[in-house]
Ligand binder design. Structure first.
Ligand SMILES: [Zn+2]
Ligand SMILES: [Zn+2]
Length: 86
């Protein structure tokens, strides 16, 4: 009888731990528009709230990269926007 209680207790502990682990995995890092803070998806090229451009084409390899990224992650080409060219 005691053994059954221990097994049930172990299952309860496992379920609690598993649920916690699942919740932490479900927590997606929310991307936000750097201009207005509106929640955006990674596939968005423009913010649906303020129309701010979120992505631009890399001058070197042509892939879409974030406008505020310092370097292109595909070809390591420096991503110089108007603000950094001063
Ligand atoms: Zn925005
Ligand atoms: Zn590139």
């Amino acid at each position: 009888m005691m053994l059954i209680f221990i097994i049930i207790f172990a299952i309860v502990i496992y379920v609690i731990y598993f649920n916690d682990d699942k919740e932490s995995q479900d927590e997606q890092e929310l991307l936000r528009c750097y201009n207005c803070g509106h929640i955006i998806k990674e596939s968005y090229n423009y913010c649906p709230n303020c129309k701010e451009q979120l992505k631009k084409q890399c001058e070197s390899c042509g892939k879409m990269i974030g406008v505020n990224w310092r370097y292109c992650p595909y070809c390591n080409h420096p991503n110089l926007d108007e603000g950094l060219e001063k």
